[in-house]
Design a protein around this ligand. Structure first.
Ligand code: ARG
Length: 298
């Protein structure tokens, strides 16, 4: 089902029509040994250079690892690399895929900024060792693509929600749709504070999503509302300052989220989700929280 959808009117299928995708059972995380803010590539990093408390960051990261373990996920940990302070955000260097036959593939990212490009080969090595079929985007056709920062799977379905405009260009999705043979619902990101789709769109279960509406165009919002029965909206304070939407719901039930987003947490609870709060304050200085700090894998 290869196709890029850019408006709600174009969407000619229902979620149930799309091929199933198994729920990931493992998490890939990178040790924050070299995590720091040493450059500014998003608005959240401004004035944060040199302000990361490394010990605190390590403690926050470790509690998140434990959190994934507690809800039943296997954790694979990879050492960070000196000089690559953002490598800890393991959602960004790749987009893994698995189909109902258990075929595992991965598309490696073309990072938008030169500061992060060297991270990709390290992650690629891990996927190669772990039996994934590796795909690269054609650099003549695709300018940039930042993995699961911008490409987010619809829960349990081979449908990709694709954010573009800041770190990923729309042209990436034509290639990705062909490689994985999946439909892509493309969402333009219109506010640079929400520079990745995962800062404003959190897939919860097949029928539910958590979003920050201000990050999307009306066209994009209409697509989201067409595909989801329950759209939970976060307010600007919790979305921007607490990264509430950069949460993860890896099993359709448990939501791991930055601590303190009481309004969002109440809404999640009212929809039947179990909320687990974590401190990711050191990572928010770099513009990332729970969702970016892990990669879901099979
Ligand atoms: N400093 C990193 C960057 O700007 C943070 C990435 C956070 N990841 C995410 N998926 N939002 O690239």
């Amino acid at each position: 089902m290869t196709k890029i959808y850019k408006t709600a009117d174009e969407i000619d299928f229902k979620t149930e029509d799309a091929a199933p995708m198994p729920v990931p059972n493992r998490v890939l995380m990178i040790k924050p040994t070299y995590f720091d803010v040493t450059y500014v590539i998003n608005p959240h990093m401004e004035n944060q250079i040199g302000r990361v408390d490394k010990k605190q960051a390590y403690a926050e990261w470790q509690l998140l690892v434990d959190g994934f373990r507690k809800i039943g996920f296997d954790i694979n940990i990879l050492e960070g690399q000196k000089g690559l302070p953002d490598m800890v955000f393991s959602a960004n260097q790749s987009l893994p895929y698995c189909n109902e036959n258990g075929d595992r593939r991965v598309i490696m990212s073309i990072m938008h900024t030169k500061e992060r490009r060297e991270e990709v080969p390290h992650i690629e090595k891990w996927f190669r060792r772990n039996g994934y079929e590796i795909h690269h985007l054609d650099k003549n056709k695709v300018t940039d693509f930042e993995g699961m920062g911008d490409g987010i799977w619809h829960f349990k379905r081979q449908i990709l929600w694709g954010g573009y405009g800041h770190r990923t260009s729309l042209n990436a999705y034509t290639e990705i749709s062909k490689i994985f043979d999946v439909p892509v619902l493309a969402l333009e990101l219109v506010d640079e504070r929400y520079y990745h789709l995962d800062t404003c769109f959190c897939s919860l279960d097949e029928e539910s999503v958590l979003i920050y509406p201000g990050a999307f165009s009306d066209t994009g919002l209409n697509m989201i509302y067409k595909m989801y029965k329950h759209v939970i909206e976060a307010g600007s304070y919790e979305a921007e300052k607490l990264f509430a939407v950069n949460a993860v719901c890896p099993d359709g039930k448990n939501v791991l989220i930055q601590r303190g987003s009481s309004k969002v947490n109440k809404k999640l609870h009212d929809h039947g989700f179990i909320v687990h709060e974590f401190d990711t304050n050191e990572f928010i200085k770099s513009g990332g929280s729970v969702f970016c700090m892990k990669q879901m894998i099979w």
